[in-house]
Design a protein around this ligand. Structure first.
Ligand code: NAP
Ligand code: GDP
Length: 325
């Protein structure tokens, strides 16, 4: 549990996919490991509260909130195709945001920061499964090197802040995430929200569902509500500055082709599926090991994939007008 009697936890990126899931879990979860605690005040910041790529605005946010702890989620985020289009923006914006947040956290004496990396940042040419020791062991896949190098530098900064100043700044490495409040944009989103929206439109119009790539790549997916619990656990219980992978087991890895099968079933889509093999596949696989997590938090129960997908589909259909798309 957090040591101070009154902890103020600032969640940057607090309205996004992961931020809103943390808010949901803190509000609703009855399990004391993950739900609200009387000594904790949670503050969820959006880009309207402060543009974190701006140093002055970032410092002003920390001056207003005076957080004792930070979960740092804010980032320029996107799926394969957005990453390929905006390498420079992904690199520069994320470098700025991360540097500003960690600098402000140090300046304001924040006791602990948990920042968010991604399994996308691991080396492309590697051995499997990938573990936490391998982040810097080779270049990332070409499709997202801007995002990957910016994220890798969080780990470098965390070590430097710890060595020079003793700061407790750590990071987590989630796999692909999905759930309510995701970005369901047709082009710039990740595969599940993007395909969910495309499937919805194909069903409405009676047209074919066109899926990008060959469908062969493999991915691990984590439900945002499960990840939120693991973030809260990391903040309260994980004591090391060394990153930790937050992932479903390797056995839960699934092909994009199988994702389409589950998604069309969940959406009740019975039309044709066509594969646009002129579109990129991205990295073939990035199978990550969750051994360290399983040892530190044994028995954590992940929501079964199909149940989580059905909940996401239900949320999207119920919130179609206001969902990000
Ligand atoms: P998201 O839904 O796109 O949310 C991003 C959040 O960051 C939003 O709240 C956004 O605020 C905020 N933000 C963006 N630019 C900002 C800026 N300049 N100043 C202040 N706030 C800014 O992203 P997410 O999927 O929840 O991702 C959360 C974290 O997980 C990110 O660090 C991401 O890299 C990481 N991650 C995501 C995935 C995935 O599959 N989604 C996988 C691995 C790791 P506004 O809405 O106000 O703009
Ligand atoms: P990644 O895990 O970082 O590569 O991110 P994505 O969530 O964007 O998944 C990319 C994989 O899904 C690639 O193999 C794509 O070819 C495939 N894919 C199929 N349809 C889509 C789609 O509509 N959007 C996205 N982002 N990827 C798609």
């Amino acid at each position: 549990m957090l040591a101070n009697p009154e902890s103020v936890i600032l969640v940057t990126g607090g309205t996004g996919l992961v931020g809103s899931a943390i808010k949901h879990v803190i509000k609703t979860c009855q399990d004391p490991r993950f739900g609200a605690l009387p000594n904790e005040k949670w503050v969820y910041a959006t880009s309207k509260d402060a543009d974190l790529s701006d140093r002055t605005a970032t410092l002003a946010l920390f001056e207003r909130i005076h957080p004792t702890h930070v979960i740092h989620l804010a980032a320029m985020v996107g799926g394969l195709f957005r990453n390929m289009k905006y390498q420079s923006d992904f690199l520069r914006l994320n470098l700025l945001i991360n540097d500003n947040v960690l600098h402000a956290a140090h300046t304001y004496g924040v006791k602990k920061v948990v920042s968010c990396l991604s399994t996308c940042i691991f080396p492309d040419k590697t051995t499997y499964p990938i573990d936490e020791t391998m982040i810097h062991s080779g270049p990332p896949h070409d499709s997202n090197y801007g995002y990957a190098y910016a994220k890798r530098l969080i780990d470098v900064q965390n070590r430097a802040y710890n060595q020079q100043y003793g700061c407790q700044f750590t990071s987590v490495i989630p796999t692909n995430i999905f759930g309510p409040n995701d970005n369901f944009d047709l082009e710039d989103s990740h595969v599940i929200p993007g395909l969910l929206h495309k499937c919805y439109l194909a069903k409405q119009s009676g047209q074919d569902l066109i899926v990008s790539g060959t469908g062969l790549p493999l991915r691990q997916f984590i439900y945002s509500h499960d990840l939120a619990k693991l973030f809260i656990w990391t903040l309260r219980e994980y004591d090391s500055i060394v990153p930790i992978i937050l992932s479903v087991p390797e056995s839960a890895e699934i092909s994009i082709r199988d994702i389409v099968t589950h998604l069309t079933k969940s959406m009740g889509f019975t039309g044709n599926v066509r594969w646009d093999k002129t579109k990129a596949d991205g990295q073939y696989r990035k199978t990550a090991s969750n051994k360290k997590l399983a040892e530190l938090l044994p028995g954590f129960e992940f929501t079964p994939f199909e149940e989580a997908l059905d909940a996401t589909v239900k949320w999207f259909l119920e919130n179609y007008e206001t969902a990000r798309k």
